[in-house]
Design a protein around this ligand. Structure first.
Ligand SMILES: C[C@H](N)C(=O)N[C@@H](Cc1c[nH]cn1)C(=O)O
Ligand code: ZN
Ligand code: ZN
Length: 478
């Protein structure tokens, strides 16, 4: 391996960090919220931004059109999948990089201290803005690596292929089909895959991640009167949709986190002694959890139990109710139609169709018991499988060496409670090892208010991605 080139690269990134931050500022300014139809043009704009950046760096860029989406009766065009190639040298390994350029919704009135789409650096050098850590910072990290090599006149040690999508936060619609179609074409030469779209466990030690939970998202709709009604006139004389909905929603999960769907825990893979050991000696404490959450509201008192419930047991979260009165003030309304939203994070060996059918059967039985004359409908709006990889693969060894070089420590090996539905598709469709190499910290507040990426994580993370390329190139793995 050319340590001279690595050192030049590391030095360049350190010295040019302000221009890296400027690139992130431009990306955060594009509110590419995939879940909000009003922002769909912005998601396209973000895709164009990346195409331009990549073309400027000499990449050969193509896009694929995933088609259209039915968004609650409205047809929306799906944003393009950006495919970019840098280098086609058959003597070099080829690394596929995946990331997403869409973000979660964010409104100042949700409780942000600053405008979510204006990147702000605070006194602790935290870069605050929607998408800073999830996933614009990490995507730009790869672009920063390429730019640094161009500026230094250095060849990249591997061939790079990018696959960047704009729908990850909304179920990755259309991407799976594209990966299967392109497996023997665009992706044919790929040796290994790297995704930077999750987080360190705590706030100080890097990690490599070899597992993700799956997710199945549900809409539960209860409908009764033709229109919203006056509660003084109609209360206690009709079946109220919201009362029915609450009755069902309150029986999905216990306040202690235990799912109430019969048979769901029978699907969960039993814990082995070998797996038990993976929860030892990790850089994580209950204090880290308190800090990330901002309060001492932990369900479990040990790190082991906390991480097992994050990584290897399912969870069910209630997200919101569409159609309900939520403004300030005291409106005495009976909403005519309400949709409760909840999701289940799935783990080995919970298969999606079984989870869906157990959930549907249970929800129907709860509704039947109410004896309500309203109508009820349960819809699974998107789902993605859990994923596990082998952390013994040379791809992980290469990443460990890169972590050691950049941070001076060996990384923790972790699993993740979140989901990146397309990860398993890459592993299965390409038959290649996938590595998750996170850039941000466990307290970054992804999906929350005041999402941030520490400047040091952005800069060191960029250094890590670049150094990892050299370790992949130097690896003896086939
Ligand atoms: C881990 C990744 N950065 C992420 O945030 N994934 C989302 C994926 C998703 C699924 N439905 C909606 N978004 C997540 O885990 O929630
Ligand atoms: Zn996300
Ligand atoms: Zn993400």
């Amino acid at each position: 391996m050319s340590t001279e080139n690595v050192d030049k690269f590391l030095d360049h990134i350190e010295k040019h960090q302000d221009s890296l931050v400027e690139r992130l500022r431009q990306a955060v300014a594009i509110p590419s919220v995939s879940g909000d139809p009003a922002h769909r043009p912005d998601v396209f704009r973000m895709g164009e931004f990346l195409v331009k950046e990549l073309k400027n760096l000499g990449a050969s860029v193509e896009t694929r059109d995933p088609g259209e989406q039915d968004f609650h009766g409205t047809t929306l065009k799906l944003p393009p999948v950006v495919l970019a190639t840098i280098g086609t040298d058959p003597a070099k390994k080829t690394l596929l990089v995946y990331g997403h350029y869409d973000v979660q919704p964010a409104l100042k009135e949700d409780g942000w201290n600053t405008d979510p789409f204006t990147l702000v650096e605070d006194e602790k050098n935290r870069l605050i803005g929607r998408g800073s850590t999830d996933d614009k910072g990490p995507i730009l990290g790869w672009i920063n690596v390429v730019e640094a090599h161009n500026k230094l006149g250095l060849e990249l040690p591997v061939n790079l292929k990018f696959c960047l999508e704009g729908m990850e936060e909304s179920g990755s619609e259309g991407l799976e089909a594209i990966i299967h179609q392109e497996a023997d074409k665009y992706f044919k030469t790929v040796d290994v895959v790297c995704i930077s779209d999750n987080y360190w466990l705590g706030t100080s030690k890097p990690c490599l991640t070899y597992g993700l939970r799956g997710v199945s998202y549900f809409h539960l709709t209860v409908e009764g009167p033709k229109a919203d009604l006056h509660s003084g006139v109609f209360g206690a004389t009709i079946h109220e949709p919201m009362t029915d909905l609450f009755a069902i929603m309150s029986q999905l999960v216990e306040p202690n986190g235990r799912l109430l769907i019969p048979g769901i825990y029978d699907l969960v893979r039993p814990l082995t002694d070998v797996e038990e050991k993976t929860y030892e000696n990790l850089d994580f404490s209950i204090q880290d959890l308190h800090d990330a959450v901002g309060n001492e509201i932990n369900l479990h008192n040990t790190v082991r139990d906390t991480l097992q419930h994050r990584w290897r047991f399912p969870s069910l979260s209630l997200h919101g109710i569409q159609g309900a009165f939520y403004n300030p003030g005291d409106k005495t309304v009976i909403p005519a139609k309400v949709t409760g939203k909840f999701s289940i994070r799935t783990v080995p060996d919970m298969e999606i169709p079984i989870v869906e059918s157990l959930t549907a059967k249970y929800v129907q039985s709860l509704f039947d018991k109410l004896g309500s004359k309203n109508t009820m409908q349960l819809k699974c709006t998107h789902s993605g499988d859990y994923w596990l990889a082998s952390p013994d693969h040379w791809n992980y060894v290469a990443a460990s060496k890169a972590v050691k070089k950049v941070f001076g420590v060996m990384p923790d090996l972790t699993r993740e409670g979140c989901s990146i539905p397309i990860t398993l598709t890459f592993q299965e469709a390409l038959g290649k090892n996938v590595l998750l190499l996170p850039m941000g910290r466990g307290d970054d507040g992804a999906h929350s208010i005041n999402e941030k990426l520490d400047r040091s994580n952005y800069v060191s993370g960029t250094k890590l991605l670049g150094t990892y390329l050299y370790e992949v190139a130097a690896s003896k793995g086939e």
